[in-house]
Write a protein that binds this ligand. Structure first.
Ligand SMILES: [Zn+2]
Length: 392
């Protein structure tokens, strides 16, 4: 057994334990958790660290496939500008792409991440995933506005999904990209396909442009589609909230990604409609694309469930969950650290169906242990210099 101690252990399932000790077996399973109260407990072979110990992070939104785009896009171009840049870079050498996925998985692991909800538009990431210790939910994501291509798109997605089922031990689910990027035909096919899905993920309220496009077929997204000869009126009509309510299974867990321009009324409507609605924050990416952040205080006060994702290296400088937590802590200094930590760990684990093992430091779980150091103990906050060291 290995024993670790630090100034505090943030278990997430209970109050932080001062000078606590956590013991894990060779498999990484927590076998003891000691709260010394006011005594100093010294147990043989305990590694003491300055800082705090937290559970492994759960990244609720990533696109490891887009890792080769790191540092190649221009910031603050808005959603249409971002999508346009992605489209232009997409044709890349497959070996370069595959190696960049492998590096991305290494980075995720180094950054103390134990589970990832990863968007897949192809099978590109499956090879590197075969040898990664990280657990994944693979979302095979669909988009396409040409109605006549809907059947081909779903056929390809089924193939990717079948290959993933054959090769990977992970959860695999077909999922739509966003309310504005599928033809009505494709939406109808996707709706049938995911009828029994227990989980789906969708980019939502990432920009004002998408609301303008879905409700009035105008604005920068309409201009972008027209420029590439894509029909602007092929998608379902109506507000994005109505579109997701119409097509996504009500009884599933739905991850709403971004929420940068989500209003309280929309959040309430979604939270009331779906059995489990999880609002996933990707702040570094939001700052890069739209130079805005979701109204996190508003969401928090509403009591809706939040989780955190890194998004891809196309729009984020790293795949560090700690970096996302720092941005939230700096921009919203009233939000307590332990609440942000919960979004980055247990909430993601519960949303992805991994909470039996991940998300909190409790006997019987195998959550991964991260040391965060240095840490501002006076204010219980992360410091700009705070870093992750993976202990287990
Ligand atoms: Zn995304």
């Amino acid at each position: 057994m290995r024993r670790f101690s630090a100034n505090y252990i943030y278990t997430v399932s209970g109050k932080p334990i001062r000078n606590g000790i956590v013991g894990i077996d060779d498999e990484g399973t927590v076998v003891e958790l000691i709260d010394p109260q006011d005594d100093i407990v010294e147990l043989a072979g305990t590694e003491f660290h300055n800082g705090i110990i937290v559970p492994g992070f759960v990244n609720a939104h990533c696109h490891t496939e887009l890792s080769y785009m790191k540092g190649r896009l221009t910031p603050n171009t808005g959603l249409a500008g971002f999508v346009d840049q992605i489209r232009k870079i997409r044709e890349e050498d497959e070996i370069v792409e595959s190696l960049s996925v492998r590096n991305a998985l290494d980075e995720l692991h180094r950054e103390g991440i134990v589970a990832v909800a990863d968007i897949c538009n192809s099978y590109l990431s499956f090879g590197p995933k075969l040898v990664s210790p990280i657990r994944f939910v693979n979302f095979v994501e669909l988009f396409g506005l040409l109605p006549e291509k809907a059947e081909n798109i779903i056929e390809y997605a089924r193939e990717v999904k079948a290959l993933a089922e054959l090769k990977l031990q992970d959860t695999i689910a077909i999922t739509p990209h966003a309310p504005y990027s599928l033809s009505q035909n494709l939406w109808e096919i996707v709706a049938r396909e995911i009828e029994l899905n227990s989980i789906a993920s969708i980019h939502f309220a990432e920009s004002r442009q998408e609301f303008e496009f879905s409700t009035s077929r105008s604005g920068p997204l309409a201009q972008y589609y027209s420029r590439y000869g894509l029909p602007v009126d092929a998608g379902p009509k109506g507000h994005p909230v109505e579109i997701v309510k119409r097509y996504l299974p009500k009884k599933s867990t739905i991850l709403f990604i971004h929420n940068t321009f989500l209003t309280s009324q929309q959040a309430e409507e979604l939270a009331n409609h779906f059995t489990v609605a999880v609002f996933v924050l990707c702040p570094a990416s939001n700052l890069f694309i739209e130079n805005s952040l979701p109204d996190i205080q508003m969401l928090r006060k509403m009591g809706v469930t939040m989780a955190i994702g890194t998004d891809s290296l196309a729009s984020a400088p790293s795949l560090s969950m700690l970096h996302q937590m720092k941005i939230i802590g700096q921009r919203f200094p009233d939000i307590p650290f332990d609440e942000i930590l919960r979004w980055a760990t247990l909430n993601g684990a519960e949303a992805l169906g991994f909470s039996e093992d991940f998300g909190s430091i409790e006997p019987g779980k195998k959550p991964g242990l991260n040391l965060i150091t240095p840490f501002d103990f006076n204010h219980s906050k992360l410091l700009p210099a705070s870093k992750i060291k993976r202990l287990a």
